[in-house]
Design a protein around this ligand. Structure first.
Ligand SMILES: [Zn+2]
Length: 409
């Protein structure tokens, strides 16, 4: 078991003896003892010995993947006791990540010595986790028997195979799944980690190789497994493929690929799309590049459209086209430019083809929709001329009427 989990975690990692630069005072740091409860209090205790008196000790913490430190002064009790406390409800760390920390020791002679890095795993310790693992995957769950854990593992392999049919991705070294028994449990975990939780049933931390899913017991359980496990796995696998360039992919492609690997896709999507199409409420794909809408109805529609559009691209351009597209985006080009470079078409053009194919849209509707803005521009340009022409005609008519009246008089 990779992570040691208990109600109160105690992790002591490596004895730290600072390697001072030449001429620096040498300090010795005993094995730090880390205790915490998830979302509660974190305490780090150690002993620091120095030839020169210690004035102050700071602790700098940084969760893996984060760029910012949490830094605060520890309590130093002479001759060598150091105690550091942090309220994790006020300073939440992402769940299931490694947290790195160092000690900054300020001495009476004005020297500041920074220790080597220490680390602890920050886990959700509120549940009695059971686990299963293979070379590629590790599964933790707290409700259900071993068969349940095995089903999660099997579905992870099924999802991986589906993804590998669409995109070239390597087999993972280790992806870890945490299976929550309700969306409330999962959402509370995310909230306590300082992460967005609204409408979220599954969550991936791709850089950490961690997936969180919520699979409640009941008749829909196997459907949810087949939907969520491959979906979240795809996000992690795309990170494994792209590394730091992962964030450069447009949102519609991230979610589109994740949804196309679902073994049991969301059955609401086709109806949702059809209704939105009929009401002319489809969201332009270009609007789904950066982020998704935050209101519940459009949030779902954004997923439905991304999925359908990605299926269309896979159907039209196959695996090589998809590889080219991912590569173009990973190079950092924009949403439109990526499509132009990889698929030699415009995003708007592909969107029109997708609508034609998906909604049996007549070429006239899709083509007229494309030219409507131009018609407006054209009419606006002609309006003053048209106005003059109409005005002229009225003037002529009045003039003629006057003449005829004069004749009649
Ligand atoms: Zn997703």
């Amino acid at each position: 078991m990779r992570r040691f989990l208990s109600a109160l975690l105690t992790i002591a990692i490596c004895l730290g003896i600072s390697n001072p630069a030449r001429g620096q005072t040498e300090i010795q740091i005993a094995d730090p003892e880390v205790t915490y409860t998830f979302g509660g209090m974190l305490t780090i205790e150690t002993e620091i010995n120095s030839e020169v008196s210690i004035q102050r000790v700071l602790v700098l913490l940084q969760p893996a993947g984060e760029t910012e430190n949490v830094a605060a002064v520890a309590t130093f009790t002479p001759p060598n006791q150091v105690t550091y406390s942090l309220d994790l409800s006020q300073n939440p760390f992402p769940v299931f990540t490694d947290v790195y920390y160092t000690f900054q020791v300020e001495l009476e002679n004005g020297e500041t010595i920074t220790s080597e890095k220490f680390k602890f795993d920050y886990d959700d310790d509120r549940f009695p986790w059971q686990s299963l693992q293979t070379e590629e995957f590790e599964v933790y769950w707290y409700e259900g028997d071993t068969e349940f854990g095995q089903t999660i593992l099997n579905t992870a392999y099924e999802g991986l195979a589906r993804l590998q049919n669409q995109v070239n991705v390597p087999n993972p070294d280790k992806v870890t799944f945490y299976v929550y028994a309700s969306t409330q449990d999962l959402q509370s975990t995310l909230q306590m980690s300082g992460q967005a939780a609204a409408w979220i049933a599954g969550h991936a931390n791709p850089a950490a190789g961690v997936v969180l899913v919520s699979i409640p017991p009941g008749p829909a359980q196997s459907i949810e497994i087949k939907r969520q496990v491959p979906h979240e796995l795809t996000h992690v696998m795309l990170y494994l493929k792209l590394g730091e360039d992962y964030d450069k992919l447009p949102n519609w492609l991230h979610e589109g690929l994740a949804s196309t690997t679902e073994v049991f896709p969301n059955p609401d999507y086709p109806l949702l799309l059809e209704k939105a199409y009929e009401r002319e409420m489809l969201i332009p794909i270009a609007n789904l590049c950066q982020s998704f809408p935050v209101d519940a109805a459009n949030f779902q529609l954004a997923y439905a459209e991304s999925t359908s559009f990605t299926w269309y691209l896979l159907g039209e351009f196959g695996n090589p086209g998809m590889e080219n597209l991912i590569e173009a985006y990973a190079d950092g080009v924009g949403c439109d430019r990526g499509v132009e470079l990889a698929l030699e078409s415009s995003l708007a053009g592909l969107e029109r083809d997708w609508r034609r194919l998906n909604f049996n849209e007549s070429p006239l509707r899709s083509s007229t929709e494309g030219i409507i803005p131009w018609v407006i521009v054209f009419v606006t340009m002609l309006l003053p001329t048209f106005g003059l022409f109409v005005g002229d005609t009225i003037k002529h008519r009045r003039k003629n009427e006057k003449l005829q009246n004069a004749k009649g008089d």
